[in-house]
Ligand binder design. Structure first.
Ligand code: ADP
Ligand code: MG
Length: 393
């Protein structure tokens, strides 16, 4: 089923129109400037500007509710650290165009501001999760947001598994389309999930295994190998009854892991790097075994780093897997997840820059970096994502 996409929309319908674009600026403090998520949303914004639309960017950042901030009936929750303000400057630079930050939620005032602006103007609204209706998928908020524009574009794949007002409720009140990034995400994920070729390897690391279980289940007859590192490997070790000391483990998922212990597709580490009773990375023999499987694969899906790569000495597993994946130029690869992409930028910076810039020298043109972690896993496990379903014809 195809989606309604702005790539197929007549550009004349953009001219002079107010286009609301849901983007994903959910980026942690400190990571703003080099975030892949920012790079990824530029094509849609530039497309709309080229066709002389007025662009209004909508996003959330973090979880304001879980923090102590000033709560106010009208203004919602305020927390300076989670403000989207820094992105106005960053986007201005990247777009070569002023981005006006709107710090209030006085919708009438916003409407006037947009109305009196010139075609080709860009606005960025404040963190929508400051409003209580956003995460409740509140229809009233969806309607208020929709009233600001003529067209809505969802370009926030990473949030599309959430039924939030600016992703889901809004669509009832305004003609809606998928942005260029969302379209690319879905195309690439469909490529590995539906049109995969063998050998097909799925690599899982990271912290939790619970969000990866559904994917293992979904692909248990389709994929050939599940290469398991990180927290998920520890959970499998615990399921085998091996002593894992104080290692990161997902206790609730041990029962699930037990059911897969006999599967010959599940490839667990054979050695590990440890510190203070903790398994913090896969070992060199494991890297060799994983590397051999990656080398021969035609389809690869990867989520979650192999170890605690943020700490010096425990990044080798993740770096080696990145190198093996990048060396395999025949394979169609989708790699996604917040920390996994951070590990790419940190551990193989030259390749990362090439891939992100999309230059011809790109080692592996079949490598797609997904901006979604949770959303990618849900999509891959065959679930229907609320923000995407509503755009299907
Ligand atoms: P992603 O963001 O790529 O989807 P997750 O959010 O599931 O991945 O987990 C990423 C985190 O998992 C990283 O910060 C990494 O340090 C941590 N991690 C991976 N392996 C281990 C390990 N063996 N012990 C502790 N932390 C680990
Ligand atoms: Mg993460």
């Amino acid at each position: 089923m195809s989606m309604r996409c702005i790539s197929k929309m007549n550009p004349k319908r953009i001219r002079g129109r107010v286009v609301l674009v849901r983007v994903d600026l959910n980026i942690e403090e400190g990571g703003e400037k080099n975030a892949y998520r920012i790079q990824a949303i530029l094509p849609t914004i530039l497309h709309l500007l080229r066709h002389k639309g007025k662009v209004v960017l909508l996003s959330h950042r973090g979880r304001p509710k879980s923090l102590t901030g000033i709560r106010n009936k009208e203004l919602g929750i305020r927390n300076k650290k989670l403000s989207l303000r820094p992105f106005a400057g960053i986007l201005s630079k990247k777009l070569g165009k002023q981005v006006s930050f709107v710090s209030h939620f006085n919708f009438e005032k916003i409407e006037t501001q947009i109305e009196s602006s010139r075609p080709g103007s860009v606005f960025l609204l404040e963190n929508l999760r400051f409003l209580p209706g956003e995460e409740k998928d509140d229809s009233a908020l969806g309607m208020r947001l929709a009233a600001l524009g003529d067209v809505f574009v969802n370009d926030a794949f990473a949030v599309s598994h959430r039924a939030n007002a600016s992703v889901h409720a809004i669509i009832k009140y305004i003609p809606s389309y998928a942005g260029l990034l969302l379209e690319k995400e879905v195309q690439n994920l469909d490529r590995v999930a539906k049109n995969y070729t063998h050998p097909f390897a799925i690599i899982f690391g990271g912290a939790k295994i619970s969000d990866k279980m559904a994917v293992i289940q979904h692909f248990r007859n389709k994929a050939d190998y599940f290469l398991i590192g990180g927290g998920p490997a520890n959970t499998f070790f615990a399921a085998q009854g091996l002593p894992i000391g104080d290692s990161l483990v997902d206790v609730k998922s041990i029962a699930f892991a037990k059911r897969y212990l006999k599967s010959r597709k599940i490839i667990l580490p054979v050695d590990a790097e440890r510190q203070d009773r903790k398994i913090l990375d896969v070992g060199p023999k494991t890297v060799g075994q994983f590397g051999a499987i990656i080398k021969n694969s035609k389809t690869i899906i990867w989520n979650g780093p192999m170890g605690f790569f943020e700490m010096k000495g425990f990044e080798k597993g993740t770096r080696s897997v990145w190198k093996a994946v990048l060396r395999n130029k025949k394979a169609t690869v989708v790699a996604g997840g917040g920390e996994l992409l951070i590990s790419f930028a940190k551990l193989v910076p030259s390749e990362y820059k090439r891939v992100v810039a999309g230059t011809k020298k790109n080692t592996n043109s079949n490598l797609f970096l997904s901006t979604g972690g949770g959303a990618m896993l849900e999509y891959l496990s065959g679930k229907k994502l609320p923000g995407i379903e509503v755009l299907r014809r």
